[in-house]
Write a protein that binds this ligand. Structure first.
Ligand code: UDX
Length: 446
């Protein structure tokens, strides 16, 4: 099938490549010329395991191309929308300007080159009510296209796998039964190579499909902030949050995932999605229903501030002139994404307070140099830790969590570590002569 993917950021670029992988003829559109050029050459503009191969193969075999010209989507049966919906500069709500700009151009192309049974399939995370607005937009412009909302749940680091074999697929369909059934059948054809694996495919109205995505991210954020709030209690009492989380996780109703206490969540989704959700609830007059998310956000911010406070406390109040090695810049391992990264927050705060900070990260340093050229970096953990008075682990890359405390101890000035991800073995580090500070983690025999 001839498909377009509008917006080739993280979500869109991966979606476009995966749709081509399923055998469709795909054109990806983005306003960023440099990004389009790289993608068109089959080069991944960001780090994502497995993506570069899928991209290069499908560009090479001619099923996938990229352009800045919206005119080239003419004739496609299905138009996926994957543009970014970041947090607005002012306030908590989502900025829909990229979405609206894309729709303006797309509707003009569809009006000029009508395709019978065309679909506009939204994948971006949007405030509830957006799909209905876009459907009305098409109708007002005299364009006979059906809007479907088909939220994307992909995780960075697993984007290709999550696109080709997701846990579930959700179609948000219009109230008009005939149009909805026709749209469902077209999407079933698009996703035939995905649905063959037998995952649940749920049908819902627009509002439900839009809400599923923000509800899922809110739940995940709440789970992380819950355990981080408990970590604060552990700190106040001498309990150990990692052992506590392990015990909680054995309860099937709770489960062990997303209970890792530490410096908290970041990235391009969780923080902005819970804020946009609160803003939308306010507009709908049900802000009280989501006031707990303000606390979820607050707990999350406190944890990164707590990591900074631990460093200050370690140096008796001031970090000025102190040599601090920071292991990790990305918001999580297996990603070069620095958006709302707790590690970056801690690094910039300590630099701002006059500490002599050196940051290392296996793949996020180019992005760090581009945005914060004044932050010193080192190519690897050993180089970053040379002569350090304090080591802070803030992104749990494998190459950091498997460091040998004995060998690292030989090159630092002082053996002190703040484990912002509770990813090190405190006993092994203490046995090697290190002062170990975890996040809600007690130094205990049991
Ligand atoms: C998230 C959702 O998981 C995904 O379904 C959605 O489509 C997009 O947002 P992602 O941003 O890639 O995906 O990252 P995720 O793996 O969810 O981690 C988010 C943040 O939470 C990271 O900063 C991670 O370090 C942190 N985290 C995660 C914790 O602090 N503790 C945990 O137990 C789990």
């Amino acid at each position: 099938m001839k498909i377009s993917v509008i917006g080739c950021g993280y979500l869109g670029a991966v979606h476009a490549a995966c749709m081509a992988e399923l055998g469709h003829e795909v054109v990806g559109v983005d306003v960023d010329g440099a990004r389009v050029e790289r993608l068109a050459r089959g080069e991944a503009p960001f780090y994502e395991p497995g993506f570069a191969e899928v991209l290069a193969r499908n560009v090479g075999e001619g099923r996938l191309r990229f352009t800045t010209d919206m005119g080239e989507v003419a004739g496609a049966r299905v138009h996926f929308i994957g543009v970014g919906t970041p947090q607005r500069e002012s306030g908590l709500a989502a900025d829909l300007s990229h979405l609206d700009a894309a729709m303006t151009d797309l509707v003009a192309v569809m009006a000029e080159h009508p395709v019978a049974g065309a679909l506009v399939v939204g994948k971006s995370t949007v405030p509830v009510g957006t799909a209905a607005r876009l459907q009305a937009w098409c109708e007002d412009a005299g364009v006979a296209a059906t809007v479907v909302w088909n939220p994307e749940f992909l995780r960075e680091g697993f984007a290709v796998k999550d696109t080709l074999t997701p846990d579930r697929v959700v179609y948000g369909l219009p109230e008009d039964r005939v149009a909805g059934e026709a749209a469902r059948d077209v999407l079933d054809e698009v996703y035939a190579g995905v649905l063959v694996h037998g995952m649940p495919r749920l049908l819902a109205n627009y509002q439900t499909a839009e809400l599923v995505k923000v509800a899922a991210n809110s739940f995940l954020a709440t789970k992380i902030s819950f355990i981080n709030a408990i970590a604060e209690l552990c700190e106040a009492t001498g309990a150990d949050v990692t052992r506590l989380a392990e015990a909680l996780g054995h309860d099937e109703r709770i489960g062990p995932k997303f209970l890792r206490a530490g410096v908290g969540f970041g990235g391009g989704c969780l923080p902005k999605d819970i804020r946009a959700f609160m803003a939308r609830a306010g507009e709908l007059g049900v802000d009280q229903a989501l006031t707990f998310l303000r606390e979820v956000d607050g707990i999350n911010q406190r944890r990164r501030q707590h990591a900074v406070a631990l460093a200050e406390r370690h140096f008796g109040g001031s970090v000025r002139g102190r040599r601090v090695a920071i292991l990790g810049a990305a918001f999580k391992p297996d990603s070069d994404d620095l958006r709302d990264s707790p590690a970056l927050y801690v690094a910039t705060r300590l630099v701002g307070q006059g500490a002599d900070v050196v940051v290392t990260d296996p793949i996020a340093l180019p992005g760090l140099h581009a945005r914060y050229p004044h932050i010193q970096t080192a190519p690897d953990a050993r180089a970053a830790c040379l002569d350090a008075e304090l080591v802070m682990l803030l992104t749990e890359w494998r190459e950091f969590t498997t460091l040998d405390p004995q060998r690292l101890g030989a090159i630092v000035q002082d053996r002190a570590v703040i484990d912002g991800r509770n990813a090190l073995d405190p006993q092994a580090w203490e046995a090697a002569g290190w002062t170990y500070h975890g996040m809600g983690r007690a130094s205990t025999t049991w």
